[in-house]
Design a protein around this ligand. Structure first.
Ligand SMILES: *[C@@H]1O[C@H](CO)[C@@H](O)[C@H](O)[C@H]1NC(C)=O
Ligand SMILES: *[C@@H]1O[C@H](CO)[C@@H](O)[C@H](O)[C@H]1NC(C)=O
Ligand SMILES: *[C@@H]1O[C@H](CO)[C@@H](O)[C@H](O)[C@H]1NC(C)=O
Ligand SMILES: *[C@@H]1O[C@H](CO)[C@@H](O)[C@H](O)[C@H]1NC(C)=O
Ligand SMILES: *[C@@H]1O[C@H](CO)[C@@H](O)[C@H](O)[C@H]1NC(C)=O
Ligand SMILES: *[C@@H]1O[C@H](CO)[C@@H](O)[C@H](O)[C@H]1NC(C)=O
Ligand SMILES: *[C@@H]1O[C@H](CO)[C@@H](O)[C@H](O)[C@H]1NC(C)=O
Ligand SMILES: *[C@@H]1O[C@H](CO)[C@@H](O)[C@H](O)[C@H]1NC(C)=O
Ligand SMILES: *[C@@H]1O[C@H](CO)[C@@H](O)[C@H](O)[C@H]1NC(C)=O
Ligand SMILES: *[C@@H]1O[C@H](CO)[C@@H](O)[C@H](O)[C@H]1NC(C)=O
Length: 481
C-alpha cells in the first residue's frame, strides 16, 4: 500500500475533519480502503453544506453492479451520523453501479450522487425489512399489515439532502411489479425514497428510475424542497406515482420531468378513518414547471387519500403530453377531510382525455371500518390560463350528492378537441362555481360569469420560497493506493 498524502492534502476544502481522518486511518489499517477517487471539483446547491465528507468506497463498496453494497451504505450512514452534531457529513457516491438493499439516512447529512453514479435497488427481498404501516393509512397500501421499507429511507430527521450531478437511483422495479401482478407479495411494495417525520428535506438533481411503487414519498414532514428530478417509470408499471406529498407542510416541487405509470404528482393526506384520526393535512404546497407524461392517470391528482385535508396548493407552469387527466380530484364518502384553496394556472396540455376530472365516488377503502357519513369538503378550486390540445373531454365534474364540490372557478381556457371528442364536453353534477372565457358553453352549474381578472391566484410569498440554498464546494482531490 502506498503511503497516503499529507492529511492536509487529503482533506476536502474547506472542511476540517480530524475525527473523520482518524476513522479513515482506521479503515486503512484494516486494509479496507479501496481507491478513493474524486476527480473533479464538486459544487452543488443545498439547504446546508457539510463539514465532513466520505466516499462510498471508504466503506468497502464495489461499483460493479453485482456486489451487494448494502453493508457499505448502512455502515457509511451509521458512521457519518456521528458527525450530525459536528457540522454534518456528505457521502459521495462516485461513478459506478452500486447495488444495494435498503438503507437509512441520518440527520445533518447529504447523499451525493456524482455524474455516472447509479444506485441499483437489490432484488433480494430480505434486504427490505418490514416496517409498520403508516398511522394515517392503518395498513399498507397494497396489502394489510406491514410494508417493505423503502430503498432510501429516513425517519425523524432534521436537515437531510439527497442530491448530485444528475446521478441515478434505479429501483429495478420490474422484479416487484411482476410479483405484485402475480399477487405473490404479502406486504406493500417499497417506495424508491421515503422520508417520514422529518423537516428540512431536499431532494434534487437526480434521475429516479423504475421504482417498485411510488417514487418519492415525503410523509409527515415539513420544509421539503424537491427540484430538478427526472423520474421515469414504464407507463404500464403499477402504482409508480412520481411524487406523493403526503401530510406535509411547506413544500415545493420545481423543474421536474416525470413519466409515470400512475399520477405524476399525487397529493395525499391519509386514508379514511385512519387519516381522519391522525389529522395531518398537506398544506402550503407549491408545484412549478412540471413536465409530465401519464397516459393512464393524472398530471396532478388530489387524493384519493385526502382524509387529513389538502389546503393551499399553488401549481403553475405545468406542461403535459399524452396524459389521462390534467387535474383530478378523487374522493368518496368515508374520506372526511377537505380539499380547499387550490390554485392552478398556466397549464399546457397536449393530448389529454379529461382536462378537468373530479369524482366523489372513488371508493377504495382501507377496510370496512370507515364511516360513510364522513363526507369530504371540497371547495375553492381555482384554475386559470389553460391551453389544451387534442382533448377528448373538457370537464367531467361530479361531487357527492348532498355534499357538492363548491367554489370551482375556471377562467381563460383554450380547449381544442381531438378528432373523436365526447359529445358532451362539460358534464357537471353536485358541483357549483363559475367559469369565465372558456370557449364553448360550460355546464349550467358552472355558468359563465366573465370575470376580467380571471380566477384567483395568491401573490403572497410562502415560507418555503424564502429558503435560500447555499453553494457548497468540495475541492478536487485524489487518494489512491
Ligand atoms: C441542479 O443543477 C443545475 C445545473 O444543472 C443547477 O443550476 C442547480 O443549481 C442545481 N440545483 C440544485 C438544487 O442542486
Ligand atoms: C460494517 O458493519 C458490519 C456490521 O455492523 C461490521 O461487521 C463491519 O465491520 C462494518 N464494516 C465497515 C467497513 O465499517
Ligand atoms: C444537526 O445540526 C444542528 C445544527 O448544527 C444541531 O442543532 C442538531 O443537534 C444536529 N442534529 C443531530 C441529530 O445531530
Ligand atoms: C431503518 O429504520 C427503520 C425504521 O426506524 C428500522 O426499522 C430499520 O432497522 C433501520 N435500518 C437500518 C439498517 O438501520
Ligand atoms: C418519530 O416521530 C414521531 C412523531 O413525532 C414519533 O411518534 C416517533 O416515536 C418517532 N420515532 C422515533 C424512532 O424516534
Ligand atoms: C438527467 O439525466 C436524464 C437521464 O439520462 C436526462 O434525461 C436528463 O435530461 C438529465 N438532466 C439534466 C438536467 O441534465
Ligand atoms: C407470501 O406468503 C405465502 C404463504 O405464507 C408464502 O408461501 C410466500 O412465499 C410469501 N411471499 C413472499 C414474497 O414472501
Ligand atoms: C377561488 O378561490 C377563492 C379562495 O380560495 C374562493 O374564495 C373563490 O370562490 C374561488 N373563485 C374565484 C373566482 O376566486
Ligand atoms: C390525439 O389524441 C389521440 C387520442 O385521443 C391520439 O391517438 C393521437 O395520436 C393524438 N394526436 C396527436 C396529433 O397527437
Ligand atoms: C355525467 O356524470 C354523471 C355522474 O357521474 C353520470 O351519471 C352521467 O352518465 C354522465 N353523463 C355523460 C353524458 O357523460
Amino acid at each position: 500500500m502506498k503511503k497516503i498524502k499529507e492529511p492536509s492534502e487529503t482533506k476536502f476544502y474547506p472542511q476540517k475533519q480530524n475525527a473523520f481522518t482518524i476513522v479513515l486511518l482506521g479503515f486503512l489499517i484494516l486494509g479496507l480502503l479501496g481507491a478513493r477517487v474524486v476527480e473533479c471539483d464538486i459544487v452543488y446547491q443545498a439547504i446546508n453544506c457539510r463539514k465532513h465528507s466520505a466516499v462510498l468506497t471508504d466503506f468497502g463498496a464495489k461499483g460493479d453492479g453485482v456486489t451487494s453494497n448494502t453493508a457499505a451504505f448502512r455502515n457509511a450512514t451509521a458512521q457519518l451520523s456521528k458527525f450530525g452534531s459536528d457540522g454534518g457529513a456528505i457521502l459521495i457516491v462516485p461513478p459506478g453501479k452500486w447495488l444495494t438493499g435498503s438503507f437509512n439516512l441520518t440527520s445533518n447529512f447529504t447523499l451525493f450522487l456524482q455524474k455516472g453514479a447509479v444506485i441499483l435497488g437489490s432484488q433480494d427481498i430480505s434486504e427490505y425489512p418490514l416496517i409498520e404501516p403508516l398511522k394515517s393509512y392503518g395498513r399498507g397500501r397494497d396489502a394489510p399489515g406491514g410494508r417493505y421499507i423503502s430503498l432510501v429511507f429516513g425517519t425523524n430527521l432534521t436537515d437531510v439532502v439527497i442530491t448530485g450531478e444528475n446521478g441515478t437511483i434505479d429501483g429495478q422495479g420490474a422484479f416487484w411489479w411482476d410479483k405484485f401482478r402475480a399477487k405473490e407479495l404479502n406486504f406493500t411494495r417499497p417506495y424508491l425514497i421515503e422520508i417520514m417525520y422529518s423537516n428540512q428535506v431536499q431532494i434534487s438533481n437526480l434521475t429516479l428510475l423504475n421504482s417498485p411503487s411510488w417514487v418519492v414519498h415525503p410523509v409527515y414532514s415539513s420544509d421539503v424542497i424537491i427540484q430538478g428530478l427526472t423520474i421515469k417509470s414504464p407507463v404500464d408499471s403499477p402504482n409508480t406515482d412520481g411524487i406523493d406529498p403526503d401530510s406535509c407542510t411547506n413544500m415545493k416541487i420545481e423543474d421536474c420531468f416525470i413519466v409515470s405509470g400512475d399520477d405524476c404528482i399525487a397529493v395525499k393526506s391519509g386514508w379514511d378513518e385512519y387519516g381522519i384520526t391522525v389529522g395531518m393535512p398537506t398544506k402550503h404546497l407549491i408545484i412549478r414547471r412540471l413536465s409530465c407524461i401519464s397516459p393512464d392517470s393524472a398530471v396532478i391528482a388530489l387524493g384519493s387519500e385526502m382524509s387529513g385535508g389538502i389546503q393551499d396548493l399553488r401549481a403553475e407552469e405545468i406542461t403535459a403530453y399524452n396524459s389521462e387527466s390534467g387535474v383530478r380530484i378523487k374522493s368518496a364518502p368515508g374520506r372526511g377531510g377537505y380539499v380547499k384553496d387550490i390554485y392552478m394556472r398556466r397549464m399546457t396540455f397536449i393530448t389529454m382525455k379529461y382536462v378537468f376530472w373530479m369524482t366523489g365516488a372513488y371508493g377504495s377503502h382501507p377496510d370496512e371500518g370507515y364511516n360513510p357519513k364522513a363526507l369530504p369538503e371540497v371547495k375553492n378550486i381555482n384554475f386559470s390560463d389553460i391551453i389544451a390540445e387534442n382533448v377528448t373531454m373538457t370537464a367531467d365534474l361530479s361531487g357527492i350528492k348532498g355534499d357538492p364540490y363548491t367554489g370551482i372557478c375556471v377562467s381563460d381556457a383554450i380547449i381544442n378537441l381531438s378528432p373523436n371528442p365526447k359529445k358532451v364536453q362539460w358534464n357537471c353534477t353536485d358541483v357549483s362555481g363559475i367559469t369565465s372565457n372558456v370557449g364553448r358553453p360550460p355546464c349550467d352549474l358552472l355558468h359563465d360569469k366573465s370575470i376580467e381578472s380571471g380566477c384567483d391566484f395568491p401573490n403572497d410569498v410562502l415560507p418555503i420560497d424564502e429558503v435560500q440554498l447555499q453553494t457548497c464546494k468540495l475541492a478536487s482531490q485524489q487518494i489512491s493506493h
